[in-house]
Design a protein around this ligand. Structure first.
Ligand SMILES: Cc1cc2nc3c(=O)[nH]c(=O)nc-3n(C[C@H](O)[C@H](O)[C@H](O)COP(=O)(O)OP(=O)(O)OC[C@H]3O[C@@H](n4cnc5c(N)ncnc54)[C@H](O)[C@@H]3O)c2cc1C
Length: 485
């Protein structure tokens, strides 16, 4: 018979939300253990090595950047609650990014971490819309994020202030690409949160990528006495009398816990519950949780030399679309190269004496999960190679100084992930990076000691995921135990 370990709190998943929840709980002396199915921490924002070269998986940019000393923001709250000194992250601001949209005569809106600059760009290209933008921003700043707030369409709210459909798409694109699980539109509160995070606040990067952030979280978790079991997935959750009674690991070992916090997704958690009648009536209660379909493919190209010298210019990120309207949906082909994001990590402001040793260019486009699964190994490899080239070509249209043949000569290494990779390494259904379109802001389920955090709770991105972990730990565990959050 198995001897059962018991914890006050068990966390499913060592992604950023699970790690942040763990740090917070360990600080307050909770006996907590994180179970992670894979060998690397970080989840969607992790890293891996090929031939000794380390690649970051998710990181384009850390959103929510505000200068040192600015209080009352998501970044300052996350750092304070996790007791992280800002200097530990070594955040470097973006240089400048742009949104280039349109079919025959593309329009470009440049942006950096000063919102006034973006506003001046809108004034230049859409002079009649500037007052509307100002009023939209006031509305965004006053957004009610409480679970009781009505769910509104972002497009419908934007249309109250902005009349040009091109500008409507351009304002939506960064929030959509950086966090919408919904196709075509997103909930207004998610839009407001992500517009605030990326355009009103800004983008930054830890000089060494995602690894220092993960290391800081792991060090703090360990120092607080938190336990972590890697390559140790939870495969079943037994429920008795409306409570989680036992967790069964992939190894068949049984674990008990007073409280369970799951960061793996709502439907993914539901699928683990033994008695499906419990699952149906609880995790999937109102509003009905639907499967997400938004997934991406991303190419990573490593070059000899700086991307600037190879013709990529100074952009940190480029959001592009060459269709009449932005079609943010699961494509009918394996990959939709009409729109996407290019990220150039070298183009953050690292300071005069520092630069990355190699040039890196990432290109991200919407991709269809079902068209990437069930391929033979050979076909999968061949399709990846073909789409790698198509993604390069679609992005290079926006960099007239970059030459495909010169780039080939400077290429040291390349890699590519598809929706199949996302499913394999994170367990997200359909490789849906942003989870289900239905979010559960309260994090509660009708299983009284089971809560959600992370992607399907509704705070997206690196800072969003950490904020979700902290908020759910505070709300459902620490305040209930009488600890002030
Ligand atoms: C390509 C890409 C680019 C991105 N770019 C950015 C960016 O530039 N900026 C930004 O802010 N955000 C970005 N994001 C989004 C950001 O990475 C995510 O929103 C965030 O990391 C989600 O964290 P999470 O903890 O909620 O979930 P996850 O990272 O999904 O963590 C869940 C963890 O649970 C584990 N797990 C699953 N099932 C089980 C099980 N049964 N038992 C145990 N463990 C299990 C998984 O292995 C995983 O580690 C990007 C994401 C991707 C994929």
């Amino acid at each position: 018979m198995n001897s059962r370990s018991h914890y006050e709190v068990v966390i499913l998943g060592a992604g950023l939300s699970g790690l942040a929840a763990g740090v917070r709980l360990a600080h307050f002396g909770k006996k907590v253990c994180i179970f992670e199915r894979h060998n690397a921490p970080g989840g969607l924002n992790s890293f891996y090595s090929i031939n000794g070269r380390k690649f970051d998986v998710g990181l384009h940019a850390v959103t929510n950047y505000v200068p040192q000393g600015v209080r009352g923001t998501a970044l300052s709250r996350v750092l304070r609650q996790l007791r992280i000194d800002r200097s530990e992250l070594d955040l470097c601001e973006q240089r400048q990014s742009r949104i280039t949209f349109g079919k025959s005569q593309p329009v470009t809106l440049n942006f950096n971490n000063q919102f006034a600059f973006f506003e001046s760009e809108v004034a230049k290209h859409f002079p009649l819309e500037v007052d509307g933008l100002k009023r939209l921003v006031e509305r965004i700043k006053a957004t009610d994020y409480s679970p009781q707030a009505p769910v509104l369409s972002a497009r419908a709210v934007i249309k109250e202030f902005i009349h040009d459909p091109l500008l409507e798409d351009m304002l939506l694109c960064v929030p959509l690409f950086y966090g919408s699980a919904q196709e075509g539109d997103m909930s207004y509160s998610q839009f407001a949160m992500l517009f605030q995070a990326s355009i009103l606040e800004g983008l930054a990067r830890p000089f060494d990528g995602i690894r220092p952030l993960i290391k800081v979280l792991l060090d703090k978790y360990r120092a607080g006495g938190g336990e972590r079991r890697m390559k140790c997935g939870v495969k079943r959750i037994k429920v008795n009398a409306g409570k989680v009674s036992v967790l069964i690991l992939d190894s068949e070992e049984e674990i008990t816990a007073d409280v369970v916090l799951s960061s793996i997704g709502a439907l993914e958690t539901t699928a683990l519950i033994d008695n499906q009648s419990n699952a149906d009536s609880n995790l999937q209660s109102s509003p009905h949780v639907t499967e997400g379909r938004i997934s991406f493919a991303e190419t990573i190209s490593v070059y000899k030399g700086e991307p600037l010298e190879l013709g990529f210019g100074q952009d940190t990120a480029l959001f592009f679309n060459d269709s009449d309207r932005l079609d943010y949906s699961a494509p009918k082909t394996q990959i939709d190269t009409r729109c996407g994001v290019v990220c150039i990590p070298n183009n953050f402001i690292f300071g005069a004496d520092r630069k990355m040793p190699e040039g890196i260019v990432k290109i991200t486009c919407l991709a269809n999960y079902s068209l990437w699964t069930n391929l033979s190994d050979e076909k999968y490899k061949a399709d990846k190679e073909a789409w790698y080239m198509q993604m390069q070509r679609s992005a290079l249209k926006y960099y007239p100084s970059a030459n495909e043949y010169q780039l080939k000569g400077s290429l040291i290494q390349s890699d590519m992930f598809t929706p199949k990779t996302v499913k394999r390494f994170t367990g997200h259904l359909n490789g849906a990076i942003y989870g289900s379109p239905t979010k559960n802001i309260s994090g509660t389920t009708a299983i009284s000691n089971l809560y959600l955090c992370g992607t399907d709770q509704g705070f997206l991105g690196i800072i969003g995921a950490m904020l979700s972990g902290v908020t759910m730990a505070n709300t459902h565990i620490l305040t209930k135990g009488g600890v002030e959050a």
